[in-house]
Design a protein around this ligand. Structure first.
Ligand SMILES: Nc1ncnc2c1ncn2[C@@H]1O[C@H](COP(=O)(O)OP(=O)(O)OP(=O)(O)O)[C@@H](O)[C@H]1O
Ligand SMILES: [Mg+2]
Length: 348
């Protein structure tokens, strides 16, 4: 009886705890939370000042006693306490619209490939500490593949590439399992660092992280564009110490990002080289799907197509693929049992 009432009102949650963005999916609302993974803390009293968009907007603009942190680095929890606080805040926000008592949620959450058992356990513990009563952990590319509707349970090779903030995850999936895969720490954050480095080397201009990201999104590209894009880039002149604005073209930004684009393409090729031939034949026929915010870089699909000779498709709404996949797994107990990582058995 109570079980029925609880399941009727319970809000099970699909969570994409990303280096750059955290998304939470609920059955009734779809993607309900979509916020940057940033937290602002008052160091004088340990109080949480802001989370998500509000905290990201404070980046580089805080007085000394306020610290804006990103609790995840390369998809892995770097600060357990802050991650737990951030998750708790988001879980409570999902439930805020309900006045009645709600049971603690069941959570499906993604982790990058190649995480150690200790890192995986930290994710599970953070979710439980934030208020969940049950947690299931899945590999992010598997969740992304489910989120975009790839037939991962079939005996066919699905090549999915999730280019996030912290990592690029390349995975060949067949029969609900990852056959060959690689996770590299070259993704959106590294591209931002490439632009910061370029501005420093070429213009003696010191850029903030946020400015570099804006420039990347406004003018970044992996291949030559039809129409030139010029954007202002504002920072501090390293020689005079004064504020300065420079107009940069898409060609200059492309030059700064070339190293990262090349590394992504080369790593995809190296995965294809070690993938069994039957699966490579499927991938040749079916192409590659890109997810994650990094896949929105202009022409990245073209650069990967040129490098591999394969058809590339950027998923619809690539930023929410992992969250949608975890949400679908909440509804499909059998598939969840097949794809969940073994450690989740010990957590429930
Ligand atoms: N239009 C765009 N062009 C280029 N990059 C973009 C664009 N939009 C978003 N990004 C980048 O995508 C990244 C965030 O993607 P996403 O939310 O998928 O990462 P994440 O899941 O938080 O990270 P990870 O999976 O590595 O833990 C950021 O680095 C952001 O700058
Ligand atoms: Mg991600």
């Amino acid at each position: 009886m109570f079980g029925f009432i609880f399941s009727k009102f319970s809000k099970d949650l699909g969570v994409d705890l990303g280096t750059a963005n955290t998304l939470i999916y609920t059955k009734s609302g779809g993607v309900t939370i979509n916020e940057p993974s940033y937290v602002a803390v008052n160091m004088r009293n340990g109080q949480l000042l802001a989370v998500g968009h509000e905290a990201k907007a404070m980046l580089g603009k805080t007085p000394p006693h306020v610290v804006v942190t990103r609790p995840l680095k390369r998809g892995i929890i770097a600060d357990f306490e802050v991650t737990e606080k951030m998750l708790r805040y988001f879980f409570e926000r999902v439930h805020r619209d309900r006045s009645i008592f709600l049971p603690r949620p069941r959570v499906v959450i993604g982790v990058p490939l190649d995480v150690t058992e200790v890192e995986r356990k930290a994710v599970g513990d953070a979710v439980l500490a934030a208020g969940a009563h049950e947690v299931h952990i899945v590999e992010e590319p598997v969740a992304a593949a489910i989120g975009v509707g790839l037939p991962i349970s079939d005996p066919v090779g699905n090549l999915i590439i999730d280019i996030g903030g912290g990592t690029t995850e390349i995975a060949v999936i067949s029969l609900n399992g990852v056959v060959t895969a690689k996770s590299i720490p070259i993704a959106g954050d590294e591209m931002n660092r490439n632009i910061v480095q370029y501005a420093r080397d070429v213009f003696n201009l010191l850029l903030g992280e946020g400015v570099a990201e804006d420039v990347k999104i406004l003018a970044g590209s992996a291949v030559a564009l039809k129409d030139q894009i010029d954007v202002p880039m504002r920072g501090r002149d390293l020689l005079s110490g004064l504020p300065r604005e420079i107009i940069v073209s898409d060609g200059q930004i492309r030059e700064s990002l070339a190293r990262s684009v090349k590394a992504i393409v080369e790593n995809i090729k190296s995965i294809l080289e070690i993938t069994p031939p039957e699966l490579v034949a499927d991938i040749y026929r079916r192409g590659i799907i890109l997810t994650g915010g990094g896949s929105l870089l202009r022409g990245l699909d073209q650069a990967i197509a040129d490098g591999t000779g394969l058809n590339i498709k950027v998923a619809e709404d690539p930023l929410s693929a992992v969250a949608r996949g975890t949400g679908l797994l909440l509804e499909d107990k059998k598939l969840l049992k097949d794809v969940a990582m073994p450690m989740s058995d010990r957590m429930i």
